[in-house]
Structure formats: C-alpha cells, structure tokens
Design a protein around this ligand. Structure first.
Ligand SMILES: [Zn+2]
Length: 200
C-alpha cells in the first residue's frame, strides 16, 4: 500500500482546512460566484521588510490604528484583504472564503478583462519585492495551488500571475525576489506525485 501523503491540503466550504481562519470584513460577493479563474500572487509586510508583526492581520481585519500621527496614518481609509496570507514560516491565514470577492488586486486587467478581484483568488506572501521568499513559503504555496487547481477547474496553471502582471506600472509585487521557475517546478513535481488527487 502506498504511504498516504500527509503533505496535501484540502478545501472545505471554500476554506482551506489547514489555515487559521480570520474573517475579514473587507469582501463582498463575486458578480458570478462560479467564476474563479485566476490566481494572483502578491507580497506584503508592515512595516515593509518587518516580519511576524500583527499589522498585516490588523490591516485585513480593519483594526489597524491609522489615526493621525500613528505609524500607519498613510493607510487610513484603505480597506483591503486577501484570501490567504502565507507567513515566512509557512503558516497560513485565511481572511475571505474563496467563493467571495476579496479586495486584493485593485485596478487591474488580465487578458483585456478588468476588475480581477471579480474572478480571482489572491494569495499574499509575507515579504517584499526584493527579499527572497522562504522554502516553507514555496512549499506551502505549491501545496495550496495544487489544491486550488484541483478544486476550482477554471483555475489552470497558465492562469497564475503576479500582481505586477495585472497592474503594471502601479504594482511591483511579488517582485524579482519571487522565483517563478522554482514555483512552477514544485507545482509540476507535486502534480506528478499525486495524479489521482481527489476532487473534494
Ligand atoms: Zn499586491
């Protein structure tokens, strides 16, 4: 009998079972609930380059102190979120269920179609455009991507982009620190290792 891979992740009720659930108020309904057909990779850290702080969580939960004079006053009024955040150690947080529209991409366009939030899933890697991402993040990202591709058939390996690709000139993440080839290789290896992954 084949050993069961314990390195797979599963999705239930549009949530990643292994993620810490932190429901954000920053979401609304997708115009077409069944259209989940693009994956957008981002990075974020607050302050930039500072890891492990609670501020990203607070930003997405709408509880960050942005009052005048505070460190994050420049973010006042910003209401954003992402479906997932992958921390430096590979820990995953989910802020919005995948079937809802998270507010991660802003003004954006993919293959001539605007408003990418409508039809995409956003994943934030804790990081900056310049820093290298961690092995734990690549591992977790590949695992999650494989689960998403399996669960949402309109997502495909050729429909995975960086924020910089859909908002050029405005956004630069995940930046040159993100190794696309490494990500794609890991994804490929994962798909080869579990060809009969169940659709949940
Ligand atoms: Zn972004």
């Amino acid at each position: 009998m084949e050993p069961k891979l314990n390195s797979t992740v599963s999705i239930s009720d549009h949530r990643l079972v292994t993620a810490r659930q932190l429901p954000s108020p920053h979401f609304d309904a997708r115009p077409d609930a069944d259209d989940i057909s693009l994956l957008v990779i981002h990075c974020i850290s607050l302050p930039e380059g500072s890891y492990g702080s609670p501020y990203v969580e607070q930003l997405f939960l709408g509880s960050l102190d942005t009052s005048p004079g505070s460190d994050f006053a420049y973010l006042d009024g910003l209401r954003v979120s992402s479906h997932l955040v992958i921390r430096r150690d590979g820990a995953v947080e989910q802020y919005v269920p995948f079937n809802q529209r998270a507010w991660h991409a802003g003004k954006s366009s993919y293959c001539g179609r605007t408003r990418c939030n409508d039809f995409s899933i956003g994943i934030e890697l804790e990081g900056t455009d310049q820093d290298r991402y961690t092995e734990a993040q690549y591992q977790q990202l590949a695992l999650i991507t494989a689960a998403l591709l399996s669960h949402y058939p309109q997502l495909r390996r050729d429909r995975i982009v960086g924020h910089e690709d859909i908002a050029p000139g405005r956004k630069t993440d995940p930046g040159r620190g993100f190794d696309w080839q490494r990500y794609r290789n890991q994804l490929q290896a994962m798909e080869n290792s579990c060809p009969e992954q169940e659709k949940l």
